[in-house]
Write a protein that binds this ligand. Structure first.
Ligand SMILES: NC(=O)c1ccc[n+]([C@@H]2O[C@H](COP(=O)([O-])OP(=O)(O)OC[C@H]3O[C@@H](n4cnc5c(N)ncnc54)[C@H](OP(=O)(O)O)[C@@H]3O)[C@@H](O)[C@H]2O)c1
Length: 249
C-alpha cells in the first residue's frame, strides 16, 4: 500500500477584492493577502497608486489586478465585479476600505454636499459593492470585511457628523448581512480601527504631527487583523472587531 498522497491539481488561489486598495490600509491589506497566497484586485479612483500597488505585489511574487473605479458609481462597480470574475472565475473575500472624511465636519461649519459625498462613499458604496458581489460570495462561502472605524463602534466627538453617522450605520448593515446570508455561507466583519497613521489624517481640521502618528496603528497592524479574518475557517465569523492603538482615547 502506498502512503504517498496522490498529486492532484494545485488548489486555486482565493481571490480578494479590496476597495481603497491603492493606498494606506487597503494597500497593506492587499500586500498581506498576496503574501498569504491570495490573488488580489485593488480598486480606487486614482489609477497610479493602484498600478504601483499591483506592481509591488507582482515583484514580490504575488498576483494582483488594478481596477480603477469610483465606488459611488453603481455601473462601474457592476463592471468591475464582472471583470474580477472574468479574470479569476471566483471571489472569496471583499475588503471595503475606500473611505472619506472632510475637514469641515461640524454642524456649524459643514458643507452639505460634502456630507452627501462622505455618506455616499462610506455607507452607500459598501452596499453597492456587496450587492454586486453577493452571488460570487455565496458560491465561495466568502467573507466580507467592512473597514469601518472606532467612530463606528463608539461615539467619537472629533470624527464629524457625516463620518460618524456613515460609519455607525455600517454596524447594522453588517449584522443584517450576517443574519440573512449565514444560510448561504457568507460572513461579514464590522472592523473598527482606531487611529491609523495614513494620509487619511490629512483630512482632519488639525492634522496630527509625526509624534502623534508614531503612536497610532500602522496600516500593517490593521492588515494583519484583516488577514486573520480572511483566513479563518468557513464556520468562523468575526461579527465585530475593534482594534486600536494603546494611545487611543
Ligand atoms: N486613518 C485612520 O485613522 C482611520 C481610522 C479608522 C478607520 N479608517 C478607515 O480606513 C479606511 C482606509 O483609510 P486609510 O486610513 O487607509 O486612508 P487612505 O489611504 O486615504 O485610504 C482611503 C482610500 O479610499 C479610496 N477612495 C476614497 N473615495 C473613493 C471613491 N469614491 N471610490 C473609490 N475609492 C475611493 C482612496 O483612493 P482614491 O482617492 O484613489 O479613490 C484611498 O485609497 C477608510 O474607510 C477610513 O475611513 C481610517
Amino acid at each position: 500500500m502506498s502512503l504517498a498522497t496522490p498529486a492532484g491539481p494545485a488548489p486555486e488561489r482565493k481571490v480578494a477584492w479590496i476597495t481603497g486598495g491603492g493606498t494606506g490600509t487597503g494597500r497593506a491589506v492587499a500586500a498581506a493577502a498576496a503574501r498569504a497566497g491570495w490573488a488580489v484586485v485593488v480598486s480606487g479612483r486614482r489609477p497610479e497608486p493602484l498600478r504601483e500597488t499591483a506592481a509591488a505585489i507582482g515583484r514580490d511574487g504575488g498576483e494582483a489586478l488594478a481596477l480603477p473605479l469610483d465606488v459611488q458609481d453603481v455601473t462601474a462597480v457592476a463592471a468591475a465585479r464582472a471583470a474580477v470574475v472574468e479574470r479569476f472565475g471566483r471571489l472569496d473575500g471583499l475588503v471595503l476600505a475606500a473611505g472619506l472624511n472632510t475637514p469641515r465636519r461640524r454642524w456649524d461649519d459643514q458643507d452639505v454636499s460634502a456630507v452627501h459625498d462622505v455618506i455616499a462613499t462610506n455607507l452607500l458604496a459598501p452596499v453597492t459593492v456587496v450587492d454586486a458581489a453577493l452571488p460570487d460570495l455565496r458560491r465561495s462561502a466568502g467573507v466580507v470585511v467592512v473597514v469601518s472605524s472606532y467612530a463606528g463602534w463608539t461615539f467619537s466627538p472629533g470624527a464629524g457628523v457625516a463620518y460618524s453617522a456613515s460609519k455607525t450605520a455600517l454596524g447594522p448593515l453588517v449584522r443584517a448581512l450576517n443574519q440573512q446570508e449565514a444560510p448561504h455561507g457568507v460572513r461579514a466583519c464590522h472592523l473598527c480601527p482606531g487611529d491609523i497613521a495614513t494620509d487619511f489624517l490629512d483630512q482632519r481640521p488639525e492634522v496630527p504631527d509625526e509624534a502623534a502618528r508614531a503612536v497610532m496603528l500602522t496600516p500593517e497592524d490593521v492588515a494583519r487583523t484583516v488577514q486573520f479574518v480572511l483566513d479563518s475557517p468557513p464556520h468562523v465569523r468575526f461579527d465585530e472587531v475593534v482594534v486600536s492603538p494603546l494611545s487611543q482615547r
